[in-house]
Design a protein around this ligand. Sequence first.
Ligand SMILES: [Zn+2]
Length: 322
Amino acid sequence: MAGSKIGIDLGGTNFRVAIVGDNNEIVTHRKEHVGEPRDPATIVERCARVVEDLAGGRGGTVGVGIAAMLRGREGDISVSPHLRWRDVPFGKMLAKRLGPSFSVGVYNDVNAIVYGEGVAGAARGSRDVLGVFVGTGIGGGLIVNGQLVEGASNTAGEIGHCKVRWDDDAAPCACGNRGCVEAYCGGSYVQARVQKELAAGAKSKALELAGGVIENVNPGHVDQAAADGDDYALALWSELAPLLAATLGNAIAVLNPDKLVLGGGFLGRAPTLYQLVETTLEIVGNRPSQEAVTVVPAALGDDAGLVGSASLAAGGVSLVPR
Ligand SMILES: [Zn+2]
């Protein structure tokens, strides 16, 4: 092997650095709290030190998955709300700090996760993959013909901002637009809606499951309540599942993937909603494309981004030029 294959998962709370093996397994890794200060120079230096330490004097390829909007293909960050960064040439800073024995690639975190699931996880061996992750918001990524698709402005796969409503009452989305599927089915939106409706007098077992404290009710409680036959939870899930299923079905009709990987901190832990989305998708989907796709739950958890970014960089995808 020419050098170490290294993945970095840089989030707003923690960053992880891993050496990834020839079979895309994590050989060793280290996790650090981002904390403060979190200015780019400090974070670059901290990441570089862990990389050098784990690489043990060898060079290699370094792929970074970051929760950010990227500009161009050279690791320039347009905005990262989690890190509170704007217009940061992160890839160039890290490449300069690490020096010529390392090559650096920078990727959107969800793209890295989907690629990781593609090379070593739930969609291993698949050529055409759509990955959709429903957490606080909704993110997605695409692999077409075995290649990650980033799009003309790095927003390919942003399925969360597909429109499901467009009237004056359409729900506002964090992207600044209205009526996005994320504004209905994203975990933070679901949580806010449920808490608001409970405060207004709605009755649900979700409240009991949350210890009777409205502020503690989360989408997981709603999912459990739905599993227990709670009317409120079942009605809500019956409203939301078709919105998500129709969005997925539309994407499948366009992309014709052989695997649809579903995961995320909300949907991955909401088996009742997951099942309802899957059965609704079978009804609403376009038959020829629907018959070709297998729906699979994400398999690698927090390791997916590390494996994906390391593999993308090792494959020479979007490396930062010196
Ligand atoms: Zn949106």
